[in-house]
Design a protein around this ligand. Structure first.
Ligand SMILES: Nc1ncnc2c1ncn2[C@@H]1O[C@H](COP(=O)(O)OP(=O)(O)O)[C@@H](O)[C@H]1O
Ligand SMILES: [Mg+2]
Length: 238
């Protein structure tokens, strides 16, 4: 990517900035230190989060590519930037849950850390104004966000990612509690997009259940940056 130029800002989100580049089909994702939670109600920053999340996300996308998961990742080009394929993002957040935490506990009155018999796949509409309401696949078809074939592809990729990453984290004495994925389309192909990081996953130490993810920020547990760094080192330097 030696001669890829960063051009105008396409979109600034809550945790990243997305830039056009000198190549039509490539974008640069720049990871910010900004953190938000509870629908943007809580705002703050986490020291070095941009670099940590870019490092973790780049590593995991590359890892998944080795298992033939189609991802938007092309190359990490600096501490807080990666080049990705430009996609048409499907405005659905796909959540996969292995262990009960967060909204699952409140919505269904299940104690945190309950191990589920079977992973749970959920869909939420990616719409801040509507506060990301939960939907099912029929909403996705009816609203024109994805076809049944596309939803099947998304489900297959999400389940495969879960199987791969569950073992990946288990080998590092970590529990993959849950995670959120985003997908995009290009030329009728579905790709895994966005990021995979402690902002978008819940990950606990296997023995102590110490949280190594954004829940530390959400619930003012302290040691947020330290936990993100610990997770990065346990993922990358294992
Ligand atoms: N490959 C891609 N092509 C186009 N858009 C992408 C791609 N990957 C991620 N995005 C979008 O870029 C934005 C990333 O910034 P983020 O801070 O996560 O935004 P948001 O606040 O909307 O979640 C998201 O809206 C995400 O859907
Ligand atoms: Mg986002």
């Amino acid at each position: 990517m030696a001669n890829l130029e960063k051009r105008e800002l396409l979109y600034e989100g809550k945790a990243k900035k997305v830039y056009l580049t000198s190549e039509d089909d490539k974008l640069i994702q720049e990871f910010k230190d900004d953190a938000t939670a509870f629908d943007g109600m809580k705002k703050g920053t986490i020291g070095n989060k941009g670099e940590i999340n870019n490092a973790i996300s780049s590593y995991l996308f590359e890892y998944l590519e080795n298992y033939h998961i189609p991802t938007h990742f092309i190359e990490k080009i600096s501490s807080n930037e990666m080049v990705v394929k430009k996609l048409q993002i499907i405005p659905i957040e796909v959540v996969m849950r292995n262990v009960a935490a967060g909204s699952l506990c409140t919505r269904y009155k299940i104690p945190e850390a309950t191990i589920m018999e079977y992973p749970i796949l959920e869909y939420y509409l990616k719409n801040d104004e509507l506060h990301d309401p939960m939907i099912n696949e029929y909403h996705a078809y009816a609203f024109g966000h994805a076809t049944p074939d596309e939803v099947r592809a998304i489900n297959r990729i999400a389940s495969k990612v879960n199987a791969i990453l569950k073992f990946f984290f288990d080998r590092r004495n970590l529990i993959l509690v849950d995670f959120k994925l985003e997908f995009g389309k290009r030329n009728n192909e579905i790709y895994l997009a966005d990021e995979i990081s402690p902002d978008t996953c819940r990950i606990w130490d296997k023995k102590t259940h110490k949280k190594l993810d954004k829940d530390r920020f959400r619930h003012d547990m302290g040691g947020v940056e330290k936990a993100y760094l610990e997770l990065r080192d346990r993922i990358i330097n294992a």
